[in-house]
Design a protein around this ligand. Sequence first.
Ligand code: ADP
Ligand code: MG
Length: 447
Amino acid sequence: MDDVTNTELWERCLSLASEMMDETAFRSWLEKSSFEEQEGSRLLIRFPNSFVAGHARVRYGDMMEKILRDVSGRPDLGLNFVGSPAGPGPVSRPSPTPGRSHEGPRADYLRPSYTFERFVAGPNNQLAYAGALAVTKEGGASSYNPLFLYGGVGLGKTHLIQAIAHRIRLQPDVRTYRYLSAELFLQQYIAALERSEIPLFRNRYLDVDFLLMDDIQFLKGKERTQEEFFHRFNEFYLNGKQIVITSDRPPHELEDVEERLVSRFQSGLVADIKPPEYETRLAILHLLVRDERIVVGDDVLDFIARSVRKNVRQLAGVIHRLAANSRLNGADIDMDLAQKEISSSLGSISKRLTAGSIASLVSQSFGVTPNQLKGKQRKREVLIPRQVAMFLIREFTSLSLNEIGSFFSGRDHSTVLNSITRIELLSSDDPTLERKIADIRRELVSI
Ligand code: ADP
Ligand code: MG
């Protein structure tokens, strides 16, 4: 196997692992690893430092070897996890870009599969897709500057923004990009402050034609970093360079982000990505199935497309697990297997969310105590949160109206039903309440 295939092979293993693991754990321990070279039957995997490599080996080594053997079909393959080289060693690797010496090796990590070619355009993401494609085409800055892409979790924001990076990377003209998450921007800015290296930090943005920043909502409440970002933004903008930003919400809903930044964000093209419709979900499933080189009947794909509606990442997760499962057990992917897989993956969401956990998030968010929420007071400040909690418990759990009523100190099902209807009405009239509920919902799905 040559290095390109091994790099891809490792990316595939990572993508499978990311479906199986808790997202934070994946990000902390595995995401920043990369294939480096093959030594006999062992793949050398490079991590940012030896601490991460050591922990990853102990905690995830066996699992990753299992996945590797499964994906490659080669039971003889093994893994060596190593940290960043302390000095010159037997290992050859590209020398790091100047000015980046303090970062891990994958600060601008691009997933090889997040390209335009592997992105299914549909009515749900039409404008975002067209905008992303357009900025890579026009010479330099486009009329879509900045391009602001927003949408819920797992709907393809990172995929699209990375597709822009891939496209620029592969184009013959030498345009450069800097892709990073707002979280990394923050970390690097803080590190630069601590080391008094702000000029060096700023230099990294001087010769870049495209600034691609993922998950800008992360800058919420980080005033100094916002200030710094504002200046980098203006420099880019005034020099006619392209800026692309992703966010989990539209600019005007970014809380604790300075007004002047918000209005900058609104000055270009703002495009949203919605959950895909049935046809787009099916097209994505076809793509995934082709990639996995598995055979799945149309009835099974139809069933999956109807069952998983809100999140493309979940859709991909189902296919990856079905593929792994069928390779492991040599079983055909039939309706039976698909049904089991879906009920266990959807079940895991509802298992984590209970009436208690939802009520406690709602009470936090409205600044009342859980006891007030369950109690008898009918003051508006308590009544609304109580009704919101009932509304969300109904949405996120399979509890009946009666069961919800008894959670709220023995209220009956008609009270619960009235509350839910009332919140539906109220929130369609009141954007602040609607936004608040949307925020809680976002937090609930990420628990
Ligand atoms: P987000 O950043 O919005 O949370 P991601 O970009 O990480 O979501 O997408 C989640 C997963 O879904 C990725 O594996 C991505 O490749 C896939 N995905 C999302 N939208 C599409 C699409 N339209 N076509 C193909 N794959 C998609
Ligand atoms: Mg993302």
